[in-house]
Design a protein around this ligand. Structure first.
Ligand SMILES: Cc1ncc(COP(=O)(O)O)c(C=O)c1O
Length: 405
């Protein structure tokens, strides 16, 4: 069971911002001291590049850097050679779309949903623009849930890629990825999953899900910014073309431009990587695993259910996703522009996000292109929820006038 008071002591942001309610973890999470220390130690004790130096400190960083692949592999259950370091999930998804473009032909279909984040739509839109790929959308219910039977109806021989979030970023719908992958594979399609809002909050097992590609960002799971992961099935990585070319990813080249690439995953990691960030991601994984992903998921679900029940009692609030069991609590205050309402919450020392949350065609599902998103993590408390609900009850046209920074 989570000891939230003990956990909060691990996060210096709380001590440094007394009274702050941070309900914006879907945008980025807070960082525990152990992650900050791991990054700082790289700067103060063992700075060097990786895969390039022939001295002790460089060897230490090689071990830490490549050792983190094993941590990621253990965290999501794959082989370390299937873990590609990227800069974020956006980079991961662009690497997949651009890297697979040569395997697609005009008229091939990418099947996705209207609840996706821009990072899981624009890379496919670019293929539509540049390669004549067609985009199709799986229908969802009003809280962005996809049923297995609707997915099965939407599948056909022309679908070459299925691109869906594991958990959507605005409404927190959890897609039945294992069942989806099973159906998609019957048609020979490749399954690409945006795990940005799943990996921080639940145990993810890519082998059990049997997905082909799966990406996430470290900064949403207690890790540093500028680091992401792309998992790819070993047999598919050889067909994936690297998006970036440069140092480290090549084994040899000559003046005629003939290049021999290194094997995956280094083939996809051109140039000096974010070494300190990757070491910090390793520390974040150790930290999350020391708490337990199942414990984190159970705690958050309980807190969310409590939050939803309280919000349901407010006459001035319309919830967009009351029936989803995980993810953010997303709502509008009746008649109030979302950003103005968020401004009022900010005046009460509450951090949330408002607007369309980068899911710019989600309004096709919800009928509104603005909302307030309160996103929790395992360091949030019932007391914070109570304070939040009290402030939410006070949002009105008169007091919600935005704030000026
Ligand atoms: C579901 C989802 N996908 C992709 C992204 C993009 O993440 P990043 O900016 O770290 O690339 C986000 C970020 O909010 C997200 O929630």
């Amino acid at each position: 069971m989570i000891d939230v008071e003990k956990i909060r002591n691990d996060f210096p942001m709380f001590a440094n911002n007394p009274g702050l309610i941070y309900f914006d973890s879907a945008a980025t999470s807070l960082k525990p001291q152990c992650v900050i220390d791991a990054v700082t130690r790289f700067y103060t004790h063992h700075t060097s590049n990786v895969h390039r130096g022939d001295y002790d400190i460089a060897a230490l960083n090689d071990r830490l850097y490549d050792g983190c692949r094993k941590k990621v592999a253990g965290f999501i259950n794959c082989d370390p050679e299937e873990v590609i370091y990227t800069h974020n999930i956006s980079h991961s998804l662009n690497q997949v779309s651009l890297g697979l473009a040569h395997t697609l032909k005009q008229g091939d279909v990418v099947l996705t949903s209207m609840a996706e984040h821009a990072s899981d739509l624009l890379p496919w839109f670019a293929l539509a623009r540049d390669h004549g790929i067609r985009i199709e959308y799986v229908p969802t219910d009003s809280q962005a849930n996809i049923s297995v039977s609707d997915f099965e109806k939407a599948m056909h021989e022309g679908v070459r890629i299925v691109a869906l979030a594991h958990v959507t970023n605005v409404l927190g719908s959890v897609n039945p990825i294992k069942e989806i992958a099973e159906i998609a594979h019957r048609y020979g399609a490749i399954v690409v999953v945006d795990g940005a809002q799943a990996v921080p909050h639940m145990k993810v097992d890519v082998k059990d899900l049997d997905v082909d590609f799966y990406g996430f960002s470290a900064h949403k799971m207690c890790g540093p910014g500028g680091v992401g992961v792309l998992y790819g099935k070993k047999q598919l990585l050889n067909d994936l073309v690297p998006v970036f070319e440069g140092g480290d990813m090549n084994a040899r080249f000559n003046k005629d431009g003939e290049v021999i690439y290194k094997n995956p995953p280094v083939r996809f990691e051109a140039g000096t990587p974010n070494i300190e960030g990757i070491i910090g991601m390793g520390a974040a994984i150790d930290y999350l695993m020391s708490i337990g992903m199942d414990e984190i998921e159970a705690y958050e679900k309980q807190l969310r259910a409590y939050f939803v029940e309280k919000m349901k009692q407010l006459d001035n609030i319309e919830l967009l996703n009351p029936d989803n069991a995980s993810g953010p609590i997303t709502f509008n205050a009746k008649g109030v522009f979302a950003q103005d309402a968020a401004g009022y919450l900010a005046s009460q020392n509450i951090a949330v996000r408002s607007g369309n949350h980068c899911a710019k065609i989600l309004h096709e599902i919800t009928g509104t292109d603005q909302s307030i998103r309160a996103s929790l993590y395992f360091y949030n408390t019932k007391e914070e929820v109570d304070r939040f609900v009290k402030a939410a009850a006070e949002i009105s046209l008169e007091n919600a006038v935005g704030i000026f920074f």
